[in-house]
Design a protein around this ligand. Structure first.
Ligand SMILES: NC(=O)c1ccc[n+]([C@@H]2O[C@H](COP(=O)([O-])OP(=O)(O)OC[C@H]3O[C@@H](n4cnc5c(N)ncnc54)[C@H](O)[C@@H]3O)[C@@H](O)[C@H]2O)c1
Length: 256
């Protein structure tokens, strides 16, 4: 068990990558903190985590606000007494891919707030507690949109910001014993990517996924487990000398 008695916070863990990642941390012995705006989904993840024998706490909070990020840390400390790992995973998509450079200011502001500022806010409030432990790991979820044009310019700007933030913060955090890395998923099967959250019918979702998979050298979309395993690796001692890196998990799309 790589995370026995470690405390791991996973934001956006009511669904998708976050849910699988939280369950995998629990399976590896961690106490997991499931943070999301979706309480029902978060409780579902907590049940999954407890089903593996792990301990789980649900925090319903909007991590794109200072108040939400602070509540996340306070509840974690009250329940588990410290923090070892933070996974900044919560995010929203931009599906208005036609002319996305010209999106409304509201769309731009919301994507930057939820997808980028949340990473800064949650890191800012968590780092002093990782420092108190003398070590810790942060894994941010970016996207291949940071590297290649796949539609959604505001989303890409936010995700590119995460990669840059990670590269710049990591050397400053290294002397504190804290590592920061990011994972950039490619085309993956989650409610965000299928278009389910944007009202696409099941047939339209399957068409969308098939079209995505056809563009990938490996010939198919990826799974939530593909991302969870990359996150656990970067958070673990196996990656103890790895910091400031972007691990791209995309079936070869970016290098095709
Ligand atoms: N699915 C993909 O193909 C893909 C590809 C690249 C990157 N990503 C990134 O991976 C991360 C997870 O995405 P997913 O595909 O699992 O999506 P998802 O929609 O299944 O899960 C995202 C979760 O974040 C939560 N969330 C959203 N805004 C929040 C907020 N302000 N506060 C708290 N929780 C909030 C949602 O309620 C949801 O449970 C996101 O950052 C996303 O941008 C996804």
């Amino acid at each position: 068990m790589r995370f026995r008695d470690k405390v791991a916070i996973v934001t956006g863990s009511a669904s998708g990558f976050g849910r699988t990642t939280a369950a995998r941390f629990a399976e590896e012995g961690a106490h997991v903190v499931i943070v999301d705006v979706d309480e029902t989904g978060a409780q579902g993840t907590a049940e999954l985590a407890r089903g593996t024998g792990g301990d789980a706490e649900v925090v319903v909070a909007d991590i794109s606000t200072r108040a939400g990020a602070t509540a996340m840390v306070e509840r974690t400390l009250a329940r588990f007494g410290g923090i070892d790992v933070l996974v900044n995973n919560a995010g929203i998509a931009q599906l208005d891919t036609t002319g996305s450079w010209d999106c409304t200011e509201e769309v731009w502001d919301r994507l930057i707030q939820v997808d980028l500022k949340s990473v800064f806010l949650c890191s800012k409030v968590t780092i002093p507690h990782l420092q108190a432990r003398g070590r810790g790991a942060i894994v941010n979820i970016a996207s291949i949109a940071a590297s290649v044009s796949i539609g959604g310019a505001a989303y890409a700007a936010a995700k590119g910001g995460i990669v840059s933030y990670t590269r710049h913060a990591a050397p400053e955090l290294a002397p504190l014993g804290i590592r920061m890395n990011c994972v950039s998923p490619g085309f993956m099967r989650t409610p965000m990517a299928t278009g389910e959250r944007h009202g696409l019918t099941p047939e339209q979702q399957e068409e969308r996924l098939a079209a995505m998979g056809a563009r990938v050298p490996m010939g198919h979309t990826g799974s939530t487990m593909d991302i969870a395993e990359a996150v656990l690796f970067l958070a673990s001692d196996e990656a103890g000398y790895v910091t400031g890196q972007e691990l791209i998990v995309d079936g070869g799309y970016v290098v095709r």
